[in-house]
Design a protein around this ligand. Structure first.
Ligand SMILES: [Zn+2]
Length: 183
């Protein structure tokens, strides 16, 4: 957690890193947060690694419901060990939203390239599991599933935000379960 007793970062180290396309540090202007981008996760940066100063004040609490550790753990437990789409649907039932692009055309030369650039073949969203969090299930073409638990957009914010842009809200929480070994 950020230590409010520490003065804000005065150097430009984080800003500099975030503007470097080779670095895995990114700035999210909507949340006013810096993140370390991993292959399946985003980790929030609370303090500047160079000067030790506090990172800018996050706007997250204005945009998202509060997700307690207890509730996060309950949801993590719920999806623990679910390593296929079938297992998830059998345990959780039908999702609130199911973004299914359909079967790819087998005879198109671009298929392989598309599979690489679009690794998530199908995305399921469960909104009814919790009052404070939603679950997103990303299904790769390989069959691997990745469960991401993230705080719900604030009801106030959701009302004043264009619904079409809600789906673009970043999933800034660490994935709960990376079920299924990469093949
Ligand atoms: Zn600094």
């Amino acid at each position: 957690m950020p230590n409010d007793a520490i003065p804000p970062c005065q150097c430009t180290f984080l800003r500099h890193l975030a503007s470097d396309p080779e670095s895995n540090i990114r700035y999210d202007p909507r949340l006013n947060e810096y993140h370390i981008v991993g292959s399946h996760s985003l980790t929030m940066i609370y303090h500047c690694p160079f000067c030790g100063g506090r990172a800018p004040k996050s706007l997250r609490s204005f945009m998202f419901e509060y997700l307690s550790d207890t509730e996060r753990q309950r949801l993590e437990h719920l999806v623990s060990g679910l390593d296929s789409l079938e297992a998830i649907q059998s345990k959780l039932g039908p999702p609130t939203f199911d973004l299914d692009p359909g079967k790819p055309h087998a005879n198109e030369a671009t298929d392989e390239r598309e599979a690489e650039s679009d690794p998530f073949y199908r995305i399921l969203t469960y909104e009814a599991l919790s009052d404070s969090a939603d679950l997103t299930v990303q299904v790769r073409r390989s069959g691997e599933v990745i469960c991401i638990i993230h705080a719900k957009p604030h009801r106030q914010a959701a009302r004043t935000t264009d619904p079409a842009s809600n789906s673009a809200l970043p999933t800034t929480q660490t994935p709960s379960a990376s079920a299924g070994a990469p093949r």
